[in-house]
Design a protein around this ligand. Structure first.
Ligand code: ZN
Length: 155
């Protein structure tokens, strides 16, 4: 999905909900789509403020669910109490997350078998799968060999 198509999708979604397209929301949108890694709301706030210093924390927290609802972002919960987001520009929906148990770095990996799994559920139970997720907890190679991950973040 190109940036232009993504923006049209976002603007159409805002319009359909009776929400205005503001400079703040556009800065948040642009900052979110520029991310190549998983990010938190607080990280996005910093990035969006670099584009438009009027961006408020409240607007970031209100805009993230909107972008998630129109499938521009995927919400990733790794059970750490903090929500992560990932720009879905690749368009792949059958993905699994691999999460480092030390630094919580998240990697995405294509998991096309999940489509098969979902359709099997549909066939056997007659239900329509809406979403499914798979997460693998892992140790970085550095963590595995030295007991400390180079990306470790103090909490
Ligand atoms: Zn790690």
């Amino acid at each position: 999905m190109s940036h232009v198509v993504a923006r049209e999708k976002f603007q159409a979604y805002l319009a359909s909900r009776g929400l205005r397209v503001t400079n703040q929301r556009l800065a948040i949108f642009a900052a979110a789509l520029a991310q190549t890694e998983h990010f938190t709301a607080e990280q996005l706030l910093d990035q969006a403020r670099a584009l438009d210093d009027s961006v408020s924390r409240a607007t970031v927290y209100r805009t993230l669910p909107l972008m998630t609802a129109c499938l521009l972002l995927r919400e990733v919960d790794i059970g750490s109490g903090e929500k992560f987001y990932f720009a879905t520009s690749s368009g792949a929906t059958e993905v699994a997350q691999v999460v480092c148990v030390d630094c919580h770095k998240i990697s995405e990996i294509n998991a096309p078998f999940m489509e098969w799994y979902g359709s099997t559920v549909a066939l056997k139970l007659g239900l329509k799968p809406i979403a499914q997720r798979l997460q693998v907890s892992a140790q970085c190679i550095a963590f595995h060999t030295s007991g400390r991950c180079p990306h470790h973040r103090k909490k």
